[in-house]
Design a protein around this ligand. Sequence first.
Ligand code: ATP
Ligand code: MG
Length: 241
Amino acid sequence: MIRVEDLSVRFGDTQVLHDVSFEVAAGESFALVGESGSGKSTILKALAGQVPVAGGSLALGDAAGAMTAKARARQVQMVFQDPYGSLHPRRTIDDTLSEPLLIHGLPDRDTRVLAMLDAVGLPRRFRFRLPHQLSGGQRQRVAIARALMLDPPVLLLDEPTSALDVSVQAEILNLLKSLREEKGLTFLLVTHDLPVVSFLCDRLAILKAGRIVEMAGVEALRAGQFASPYGRELFDRTVHG
Ligand SMILES: Nc1ncnc2c1ncn2[C@@H]1O[C@H](COP(=O)(O)OP(=O)(O)OP(=O)(O)O)[C@@H](O)[C@H]1O
Ligand SMILES: [Mg+2]
């Protein structure tokens, strides 16, 4: 569902991704981990068409070949870390969820918005509220709902729970897991949190300075068995402080 081959990205003179390659099968959940600045978000942005690609190739979703921005939106959507910054403060939840339907000319707006509120566990009476009337966890449910309005097969999740209280994190992780199972979604998830990888993902890639230094299954992560020195270092630092 996702194929990244020898991806390179530059910002000016600085190359931030070097020959990154990985594949994610349909229905699989794949994590990108690595220290701050290693290029995790840049990979997601390249897949979402938000940064120019300097080299290599990307393939995504059910559709073959080059895609317009509009076609890409049907294949892949992104969920960001900050549920406060990612929602328009003066648009109601209904506006936010209806917008993709209007842009893509999809019918049955009322039915679809209500069904999506149900799917993400938000009470229907929240439909005409503004973001500031919602908690952080509720806002993140709205962001997930918005991402799913066009029924894309792929979700790109950039630290979707790290801005939330610990108790709320678990609720959102459970929601993501059940939505993935129900809809057969493919996830590409960026996180600093190895327990989140273990809960939600099948495999992971470890990035360092714009290169993948190791790929592993989640069993290896659970056992702390990494092949690369950097993988072990990251594991020791994250799990044992
Ligand atoms: N628009 C941009 N212009 C210039 N440099 C950028 C831009 N976006 C990212 N970078 C640089 O690219 C590198 C990788 O950034 P990226 O945001 O992908 O890191 P990250 O792994 O997501 O880090 P974090 O865990 O802190 O979110 C960093 O050195 C960053 O400063
Ligand atoms: Mg990032």
